[in-house]
Design a protein around this ligand. Sequence first.
Ligand code: Z2T
Length: 820
Amino acid sequence: MYSKRFEKETFKEEVRNNIKNLYRKTIEEASGQQIFQAVSLAVKDTIIDNWLATQEVMEKEDPKTVYYMSMEFLMGRALGNNLINLTAYNEVKEALDEMGIDLNAVEDEEPDAALGNGGLGRLAACFLDSLSTLGYPAYGCGIRYRYGMFKQKIENGYQVEVPDNWLKDGNPFEIRRDEYAKEVRFGGDVRIEYDPVTKRNNFIQENYSSVRAIPYDIPIVGYGNHVVNTLRIWDAEAITDFHLDAFNRGDYRHAVEQENLAKMIVDVLYPCDDHYAGKELRLKQQYFFISASLQTLLARYKKKHDDVRKLYEKVTIQMNDTHPTLAVAELMHLLIDQEGLEWDEAWDVTTKTVAYTNHTIMAEALEKWPIDLFSRLLPRIYQIIQEIDRRFVLEIRAKYPGDEGKVKRMAILRDGQVKMAHLAIVAGYSVNGVARLHTEILKHQELRDFYEMMPQKFNNKTNGITQRRFLLHGNPLLAEWITKHIGSGWITDLSEMSKLKPLAEDTKALAEFQDIKYRNKLRLAEYIKKHNGIEVDPRSIFDVQVKRLHEYKRQLLNILHVMYLYNKIKEHPEMYFYPRTFIFGAKAAAGYVRAKETIKLINSVADVINNDRSINGKIKVVFIEDYRVSNAELIFAAADVSEQISTASKEASGTGNMKFMLNGAPTLGTMDGANVEIVEEVGIENAFIFGLSSDEVINFENHGGYNPTDIYFNDWDVKRVVDQLVDGTYSNGNHEMYRDLYDSLVNTHGREPADRYFILKDFRAYAEAQQRVEQAYRDQEGWAKKALLNVACCGKFTADRTIQEYVDDIWHLDHIEVDA
Ligand code: Z2T
């Protein structure tokens, strides 16, 4: 429709035909899900034309391509986004209207593709959108989990995890590519065999188990440019034929084991955000998709080139955190054992091809695999890592003679573990953090030994988000208003938002802007009414914290402050107080007890406060069930205040913070992650900043922490809310329900200090910043101005800018153009 001209009647006919052929039904008889499938297939038809055209250009021009390796791609829904990027949203909406079909309702039939936990996975999705939109050749490589991120139900205030069977009705946008299947081998042993002809040792893996990796391709549509890149995610199937003949003829048990291995491997996404669980199955998942992806990448390269020593001229591999770091050793393995390169040649290629992005400094996220587990599962890969480590340790000793501390701190193999971050840094030609502050902390704290030894590798790439999904699609009212005032250039050049600045002095424009926020708040209020049964006042301040639940993100600080406000209102009913709706949305990792307790606490506080008629609805607390990409789009559009209150130094970047800014919600936050850069862009007077600095936090940490009991015993408001965790106020008299949260604030636990995340330390500063928010909000026009300036100054935070920096500084990709 878009490469061809959109033809409304043809499109309608296609939808009708799809329904007839797929379901033997008329439109009137078809279910919502069936209409979604039929519409999506009609849209896919057009996408495929562009996809083929892109493929043809790539074939002809042989451009340098990035392979973005990630265990997670948090894509959300595809239909609406594809229509937006095909610039056909409004036309299709109209066509469907004429058939009596509401496009919004059709979109709501699509399950989110939730193949990710949170920030890291969503970042990968935003990056793919920008790569296509900017016209850069790219593959996303990942896993086609049968079950994505769990669905969250709230039962009696507690989180209950429900399996996410997202493929139940089929995914209309994917294409299975049987012809590109690859075998992936696990376990067994390595036989070393001398070859007198080549005078080399050959390394032969034997007695292994294997699975067949089958790719599914998903189109990544660029905005208005006919470019369609590919997200390739791998499914696993048992190999039932040849393997049994080769080594284990008639070994039924082995055949069953392989069948199970295949089923298990892609079964489910590990729901741990920022946390390393050390599970063997996770390592299998990592090797599975890395091996399959690298085999394909190499095969594709060899179709056009006969010298693999120059791989890096056409290919770059970006590793999204350490999860894909096996790519280093697998590439070495393929180059040496399959392509016949010498070690030094293979190392030269590998270290010019792979690059690494770090996403956290949290120690509990570091991947450190036990050597026994690792070497059993991946015997050849382990040998290669041993050799990489041996040579690296020699280098350390050459550079720092006599300094065994360096070896101890930097070796890849140490204390019976394989340290994946060290491997990624040693092999990577680039190491980047995801916000300026984060990169500085990496260079001068967490990774300082590596930075000292190889400073040229280190660089920063501040994260970004796609305005196509999070404004153009998620907030159509604001998108249209912006376009009315400054044109549509912002859709592909977010720096154009600065043209909105003069409107901050235009009373009429400010009133329109505010009215749009109000209508978006009404839309969210309806959603809340429908899903929570809670009435919220769209005139109240919508104060929102949505992100994964984590102690360092300090949802506990937020809810303790709500408890504190409630105490104040109860004590001083006459107190002037601007009505607030505190909105939370968060999934907790299934095994993270304190995080789950915090969810229960938020819901209990909500129950008590929302049902207390005496406070006249001045405070409402809402916990939105199953926070995910699709409802996030509604939430950002409706937010007045963006809560970004992590303990300074702990949040590598944050990306939700940018989505709020894009939708005109000022930040209430600490000087952490990308908040620092947000404040720099918008001006401190248009944000609400509080709390310890990262230097102060790190300083406390390096000197044994701080003592929260001083605060607890001296600040009576603080003591009161902390005590309310164990006095039954929010637990129907049960004193034990929140004991663990109470303890985490005031007692040490073994090596864990009391109030590790400085919640009590920052409490007063936070409460005071919240006061400033209220003061500012009372001045409606002043607030509108701040909110509008947030939109006007958000240009830096587009993923388009981030991707262009990756291209300029790291990837050096060729640009492609695809004609209609
Ligand atoms: C994740 O979402 C993030 C970091 C991780 O470290 C793992 C996961 Cl699943 C291993 C987040 C960061 O917490 C967040 O600050 C950042 O904005 C995001 O990655 C994208 O870089």
